[in-house]
Design a protein around this ligand. Structure first.
Ligand SMILES: NC(=O)c1ccc[n+]([C@@H]2O[C@H](COP(=O)([O-])OP(=O)(O)OC[C@H]3O[C@@H](n4cnc5c(N)ncnc54)[C@H](OP(=O)(O)O)[C@@H]3O)[C@@H](O)[C@H]2O)c1
Length: 234
């Protein structure tokens, strides 16, 4: 499949590139990067199935062109830090609108059976009731002081795809809502829940998350997680 990846230079995105290129499905991968030189050190940067394209999610016509050429869109972009009072500035909410519009447009101009899959990464913290899982400092300091603006946008992002008023069935979407991300090595040993929270499990490694996205979502042909919000944790 032809897979378009937003957030390719991020810590999860780098691992997604690796697992997409290692997949037995021989994906053709387009990694979108605002600064392509950031991928120069990636071990597979010269892989024959990898195309690195300079671009920005804020450029709607660029996003439309790219989406139209692909079978799957993976969104692993986000804010690298929420400290220092940074607000998300549309990276989730506006990107969702742009990507959704681009998917619908591409599907409409091609054959009526065509479905472009969308897989988005948001966060476990946006699910109401999840707080009980997470440490005190997260609940009462980090979330309200730093994370809430991003979470508010992530909710809007998910709504853009799953809201029935938006004809959600027209798009083949899934969201992954990871808890706190860490940089441990891949373990392959974690729990997964669809449409409900995991009790405990307040961390997941970015490599495990990336492998899950590729192996259980992009490569999956059964549709197990289609139209669902999925969370995972150790
Ligand atoms: N950190 C956590 O504990 C945590 C927990 C749950 C969920 N999440 C979410 O998980 C996702 C992945 O997190 P991460 O920590 O692996 O990511 P990350 O390292 O922060 O990388 C963010 C990526 O988004 C890209 N990006 C930002 N704005 C962009 C734009 N306008 N156009 C194109 N690309 C843009 C960045 O590109 P540049 O290299 O050009 O900046 C970078 O590739 C994020 O959505 C994050 O919010 C994080």
């Amino acid at each position: 499949m032809k897979v378009l990846l937003f957030g390719s230079t991020g810590r999860t995105g780098l691992a997604i590139i690796t697992y997409l290129l290692e997949s037995p499905k021989s994906h053709i991968v387009t990694a979108v990067a605002r600064n392509p030189s950031a991928l120069a050190d990636h071990p597979q940067h010269d892989h024959k199935n990898l195309r690195i394209v300079k671009g920005d999610l804020k450029n709607a016509s660029f996003v439309e062109e790219q989406v139209a050429e692909h079978d799957v869109v993976v969104f692993a972009a986000g804010m690298s830090t929420v400290m220092g009072g940074r607000t998300p500035d549309g990276i989730y909410a506006e990107s969702a609108k742009t990507i959704r519009r681009a998917i619908l447009q591409a599907q409409r101009v091609s054959d009526s059976q065509r479905k472009i899959r969308f897989i988005g990464v948001t966060s476990g913290g946006i699910r109401p009731g999840n707080e009980v899982n997470f440490p005190f400092i997260y609940q009462f300091v980090i979330k309200p002081l730093f994370l809430q603006p991003s979470y508010d946008e992530m909710v809007l992002m998910e709504r853009e795809f799953r809201d029935p008023d938006q004809n959600a069935e027209e798009i083949d979407w899934s969201f992954v809502q990871p808890p706190r991300l860490t940089d441990v090595e891949r373990t392959g040993n974690y729990r997964v829940e669809a449409e409900k929270m995991i009790v405990g499990g307040c961390e997941i490694g970015r490599k495990d998350l990336a492998a899950f996205i590729v192996e259980r979502m992009v490569d999956d042909e059964t549709g197990e997680f289609r139209g669902k919000e999925v969370t995972l944790g150790y």
